[in-house]
Design a protein around this ligand. Sequence first.
Ligand code: HEC
Length: 153
Amino acid sequence: MQKAGAMAERKDPGASRPQAVAGQRGLLVRQILLAATLTYCAAAQSETVSFAAEVQPILTQYCVMCHVPGAAQGGHALYPDAWKSMVNVPSTQSPLLLVKPGDPAASYSFLKVTGEHLAAGGSGEIMPFPHAPLSQDEINTFRQWIEQGAEQN
Ligand code: HEC
């Protein structure tokens, strides 16, 4: 009897082991799913910048108030169609295009907001003059959108 009791006792930890393993597997699966979800979100974020949802709001907030038809700031009106007024349009201040799809370093509008416009043969102030420069996040959004082909998306 004593022997049987000892065996029964010994059985208990063994019996609970499969549950523990299943619990660990469940945790592992959850960790994998979480990692996959985070990777997917990070990829989605850096995947495609939307002109309408991400770039236009920056222009609307910091640029359009001066660059309207009639005011002719730099001969460059960002209203009513900012995309059409920048993409493949020659700059009046430099030999560059305002936005050259795929090439931020050759896009004068981009260089105007980073302050590299003088080195590229341009003139005038860093934009949005006379306000504080755009944040690094805003500049990155603008750069990524140009790198990705400056699409009307
Ligand atoms: C307070 C008014 C004002 C604001 C705000 C402003 N600009 Fe300008 N912008 C000007 C003036 C004035 C010029 C011409 C003189 C100069 O370049 O300094 C100009 C020139 C430019 C040019 C040169 C155009 C060409 O054909 O070469 C670009 C590009 C430009 N701005 C882009 C922007 C962008 C992008 C923003 C927003 C981030 C912005 N500007 C905000 C007034 C403004």
